[in-house]
Design a protein around this ligand. Structure first.
Ligand SMILES: Cc1cc2nc3c(=O)[nH]c(=O)nc-3n(C[C@H](O)[C@H](O)[C@H](O)COP(=O)(O)OP(=O)(O)OC[C@H]3O[C@@H](n4cnc5c(N)ncnc54)[C@H](O)[C@@H]3O)c2cc1C
Ligand SMILES: *[C@@H]1O[C@H](CO)[C@@H](O)[C@H](O)[C@H]1NC(C)=O
Ligand SMILES: CC(=O)N[C@H]1CO[C@H](CO)[C@@H](O)[C@@H]1O
Length: 490
């Protein structure tokens, strides 16, 4: 039976990504006075910079913050709750003096940007998912936040609010192409690495301790009669704890192999386009700025073609992602009893060892086709960089936050399934409830419970190593594949 900790119990959280940080913050705010977060990334020094080695999903230039969630009303409500924090955090940062802010943040940073979200259809009609989203938003009294392109009423409302410039950011109509979709005015992006830096700062202020870098690398659990009672770290230290929360993102299933039937580590593909220096191309910088250009999905992002992107960053980078195929990377993992398991693990530019980042040829082709169709002005630039970003997908895309069966000392907090980041400010509120009430769960606790399913589709997890998504079966894109040869010939 799970044993909820007392307010003075030592609690260790493994992983300082969005899930671990949020848990730490809310535990501290709920009065838990001995909370420690460990992570092998020296985040306090590198400020979650991907260029300096951070390769967790939470370390990134931007992530979509959407409030609309199809028929998944519980996530929709949670996203609206998180929005209050995002607004407050922007406000707090803007009112801080530079020296009050942690390394990596400045008062002019707006970590959440409400630039809007354009969801485009490929087939000139709205998808079922889109219709469900509109229905649910209507039921919640929020239909006026959505604008169906070409709908007369919506267009009129948009004009009065000056939003129409964001309806056709790819200039499709001017190029004689069709345009179908919905503009969601509630959404935008968050600057993920900066958000984590801020959340860590708040957690420290609330009394949470951080052990980062080599000493923060968990190597094994400490066990007593089968119950987790702490962790061992790479420096040989034994850290005792009444509760360990495992929030190790894409590394989670390899740390706890019993999760493998429920969670699978998969990669999404990301390509970067670097604008020329601002003084050389001021019109491009203006056109792609968040003030003029929204976050967008082309044919559905999580459901559908799986393509989408962001306005330019402050350094002129346009990020475009492909998740139409999520790749797996199976390796042999040895558990604490010495048993071997085949489990999908991350393979990043930094882990298990430094390597030149490569995305698949399929992803490069999909992204280039999208660019040719929609943003031909980027073709001359070519792809400047890429990344495989590792998700932790559950069998139904719901998070996995629960006490581990038959272990009274271990809680799992993972399964972000490609949509967890936006909940950074709020997720921990629900995690604390799950920790405190192991047997009396609310609707979130039930939705995120440890679960098994042995038959039927399981979000691709059923493919396992025999499936076609395995990274080693893919052709990888070379630098040559990054170029748009058609335009280079012109
Ligand atoms: C390509 C991509 C796009 C996404 N887009 C969006 C989006 O638009 N909107 C959205 O809301 N969400 C999005 N997500 C999902 C979101 O990024 C994740 O749900 C979220 O960041 C997961 O956070 P986490 O804390 O669970 O994991 P992570 O961010 O992976 O953090 C896990 C941490 O654990 C640490 N760790 C691992 N092993 C150990 C160990 N042995 N010892 C100590 N520390 C360890 C790692 O260093 C890391 O810091 C996207 C994800 C990907 C991959
Ligand atoms: C926190 O817990 C650890 C492990 O039991 C203990 O060594 C430490 O003294 C505790 N710290 C506080 C402030 O209670
Ligand atoms: C509150 C609400 O309107 N919920 C609806 C969301 O959409 C699904 C399917 O479209 C409905 O079943 C829910 O009733």
């Amino acid at each position: 039976m799970a044993v909820p900790p007392s307010k003075i119990s030592p609690i260790i959280i493994v992983g300082a990504g969005a899930f671990g940080l949020s848990t730490a913050l809310h535990l501290a705010h709920a009065g838990y006075s001995n909370v420690t977060v460990v992570d092998y990334q020296p985040y306090d020094e590198i400020a979650y910079s991907t260029a300096l080695g951070a390769d967790a999903a939470s370390a990134d230039m931007n992530k979509v913050l959407r409030l609309s969630y199809g028929s998944e009303i519980l996530y929709q409500r949670l996203a609206f709750d998180s929005l209050e924090y995002w607004n407050a955090w922007n406000e707090q940062i803007s009112q801080s003096a530079p020296e009050q802010l942690p390394k990596g943040l400045k008062p002019t940073d707006k970590i959440w940007n409400n630039c809007g979200y354009l969801r485009m259809s490929l087939d000139e009609k709205l998808s079922e998912h889109e219709e469900a989203t509109l229905l649910n938003l209507t039921a919640e009294g929020l239909r006026d936040t959505q604008y169906i392109l070409g709908n007369q009423n919506d267009d009129a409302r948009a004009r009065s609010k000056g939003l129409t410039r964001k309806f056709d950011p790819m200039l499709r109509k001017a190029r004689g192409k069709s345009l179908t979709g919905v503009f969601d005015s509630t959404a935008g992006f968050v600057e993920a690495s900066k958000c984590c830096t801020w959340a860590m700062h708040l957690a420290k202020q609330a009394g949470v301790k951080f052990v980062l870098g080599h000493q923060g690398r968990m190597t094994s659990f400490l066990k007593k009669n089968g119950r987790t009672c702490g962790i061992m770290t790479a420096d040989g230290q034994r850290h005792k704890a009444d509760l360990v929360v495992l929030a190790a993102g894409a590394w989670t299933p390899s740390i706890l192999p019993s999760l493998a039937p429920l969670l699978e580590t998969t990669a999404g593909s990301v390509a970067y386009f670097q604008l020329p220096p601002q003084e050389q191309a001021p019109e491009l910088w203006e056109r792609f700025s968040p003030a003029n250009f929204p976050v967008y999905a082309w044919g559905g992002w999580s459901k559908g073609a799986g393509l989408g992107g962001f306005p330019r960053t402050e350094t002129g980078i346009l990020k475009i992602g492909f998740r139409g195929t999520k790749y797996t990377n199976y390796e042999t993992v040895v558990d604490e009893k010495g048993d071997e398991h085949r489990i999908s693990v991350p393979k990043t530019a930094w882990w298990p060892r430094a390597a030149t980042p490569q995305i698949t040829k399929q992803a490069a082709v999909e992204i280039k086709d999208f660019v040719k169709e929609n943003l031909p002005e980027l073709a001359d630039l070519g792809i400047a960089g890429c990344r495989n970003c590792w998700y932790t997908d559950s069998l139904d895309n719901n998070f996995v936050i629960d006490w581990v069966p038959d272990d009274a000392g271990l809680v799992i907090c993972s399964g972000g399934s490609g949509h967890g980041f936006k909940f950074l400010p709020i997720l921990g509120r629900e995690v604390v409830k799950i920790i405190e009430n192991p047997t009396q769960k609310n609707e979130y606790g039930k939705m995120w419970a440890w679960r098994t399913q042995t038959n039927g589709p399981r979000n691709g997890l059923e493919d396992g190593e025999g499936g076609s998504r395995v990274l080693s079966k893919q052709k990888m894109a070379t630098k040559e594949d990054w170029k748009f040869s058609e335009t280079a010939k012109l």
